[in-house]
Every structure is written in C-alpha cells, then in structure tokens.
Design a protein around this ligand. Structure first.
Ligand SMILES: [Zn+2]
Ligand SMILES: [Zn+2]
Length: 304
C-alpha cells in the first residue's frame, strides 16, 4: 500500500496565522507578502473571532478563515477551533465564550466550512475531550508560536496526540505557524497538501481525505507498507523515529548522521498504530499522521 499518489501535485500551506485584524503585528497585506515570497501556495488568516476574506488566484489561494476560542465548563477547559472556508458575512457573536467547542465545529460545518483543533498542548486539552470532538478534519501536531521566547515550550502536541491515538482515534495531523509576528515564528511550520485540483474545493476535498503531512523542512516523497515492512522515502534526513502504541520497540529510532533518504521499520505484532517523525541536519521535523496497522480499527472518521 502506497500512501501518496506519485502524479498529483503538492501545495505548501499555512492554515493558521494572525494579522492586525486581531492580535497579529503585521497587516494582512504584509502577511500575504511574506508567505508569497516564501513560496506558499495556500494561506489562511485565522484572526480571533473575525472572518477573513477569501482571495483566489491561479497560483495562490487565501482561504477565508477564523479562530474561535472558548473556556468551557467549571474547569474552564480551553479550546481553540479554526474554521476554513467561512462565508465573509458569518458572525459567531451568538455563541458565548464558554460554549462547548462542539458548538463552534458544528457552526463552521453548517456554514460550509471545515474545522480543526489548534494547539492541544498549549491549551492542555485532555485526550478524552479531543476524542469526543466530532467533525474536525485534523489537529495541530505543532504550532510554531507556542514556544520560546513568547510562550512556554508547548508547541509540540505529539505526546497528547499519542494518548489520543492510543485510544484508537487516529486524527490526521497538520503543522502551522500560528504566527503573531512577534520574533520570527513565521514561515517555519507548514502543511503539504496533495490536491488534484488547485481550487478551494480541490483543497477542501484533499483535507477531508487526509491527503497531507506536516513539516518544517523535510519532504516526504512516499510511504509504503508491504506486509509488515514500512518504508519512508524523503528528502535527506539524519533521524527517523517510528512511534507506535508499543512502549518498547528495539531499533525504532533510526539515526543516520551521514544522511539518508529512506528509512524502514518492522511493524510489531503489538502495534495498533504507527506514526513517523523525520528530522533533518538542521533540526527541522516532518510528521506523518498516525495510521492503523495489524487490522486495528481507526475510530476517527471524517464525515462530510
Ligand atoms: Zn489559538
Ligand atoms: Zn492562533
């Protein structure tokens, strides 16, 4: 089984950024200029509780977007939900700031948009609460803004998401900058999307189908599983780590200081899911979403 088409084009995307429309420090025009210059194909301005306009060109798409936040329940559980492809006249003022996050997801979907859960590590979301969310297409495994110097070191959500995956919910993972333009957190973490058609519908369709991976630099060319051998082909990296539900697996971390463009892993009999992190010589990572192995059920299902 091959994970990716070998003929369908890839597009570079940042689905989470802020501008002066909310608490970002650069104007929408400046932000657009940065991402265009950095070679991005798709960007979404997800200002807090504001809907950004879409802009569709032949080789560059701004998806309309918003970020909705809530502190829910007596423990004031923090959830930030990003909506993409939101009508420009949509408002969310009737949803109070202590709404259950499902209300935001449902509204985004009713409006024809798609939703993902932002930065669960920063928010300190509980695995059982993430599992309960219905109708998200993805979750952020990494958001660049949630680390030093403007935050504590909580950009990496992979451990919380491993607990979610341990429960059988293999939610596809994206990376974003969540940039507020503080001190260089822009154009660092992104999502590579494989879409048949470079249009809003083509991109949404690819996202709903999970045709993407998260990265800060390494490129994933192909992933193939033949019987119990998994092979990842990539741009040159120095480390590949094969994570699974199994606490101990010998030789799961492949360390190749000389550089390698291919890594293999023997899927273990007790593995129920596997995911991969690649690291290049500069410390940039790529993340392949968890997937089910050994006939295990994936309880995450995206339904339109
Ligand atoms: Zn947020
Ligand atoms: Zn944000």
């Amino acid at each position: 089984m091959k994970f990716f088409s070998e003929t369908t084009p890839w597009y570079k995307a940042n689905f989470h950024t802020h501008t002066t429309v909310s608490d970002g420090r650069k104007s929408p025009e400046e932000v657009e200029g940065f991402f265009r210059a950095a070679g991005y194909d798709i960007v979404a301005f997800s200002d807090h509780r504001k809907v950004s306009p879409a802009k569709i060109e032949k080789d560059f798409i701004l998806l309309s977007a918003t970020e909705l936040d809530t502190l829910y329940g007596e423990n004031r559980e923090c959830f930030h939900i990003i909506g993409l492809n939101i009508p420009a006249d949509a408002t969310f003022g009737d949803l109070p700031k202590d709404s259950h996050p499902q209300a935001f997801i449902d509204r985004i979907r009713q409006l024809g948009g798609i939703a993902f859960l932002a930065h669960p590590q920063w928010s300190l979301n509980q695995p059982e609460d993430i599992v309960a969310l219905k109708g998200i297409f993805a979750v952020e495994v990494y958001n660049t803004a949630s680390t030093l110097p403007n935050n504590a070191d909580r950009a990496d959500s992979s451990q919380i998401l491993d607990l979610v995956a341990r429960k059988g919910h293999l939610i596809p993972q994206i990376a974003t900058d969540d940039c507020h333009w503080y001190t260089g957190e822009h154009c660092r973490s992104y999502t590579m999307v494989q879409a048949e058609d470079f249009s809003v519908n083509g991109i949404l369709d690819a996202l709903k189908k999970g045709q993407f991976y998260a990265s800060q630099g390494p490129r994933i060319n192909q992933v193939e599983v033949i019987e119990n051998t998994m092979t990842v082909s990539c741009s040159e990296c120095v480390t590949a780590i094969f994570y699974s539900n199994s606490p101990w697996v010998g030789n799961r971390s492949k360390i190749t200081p000389e550089g390698s463009t291919e890594y293999t892993y023997q899927i273990q009999p007790a593995d129920r899911f596997v995911r991969v992190e690649l690291i290049d010589k500069d410390g940039n990572k790529a993340w392949l979403s968890p997937f089910a192995v050994n006939g295990a059920e994936n309880k995450f299902k995206y339904e339109d």
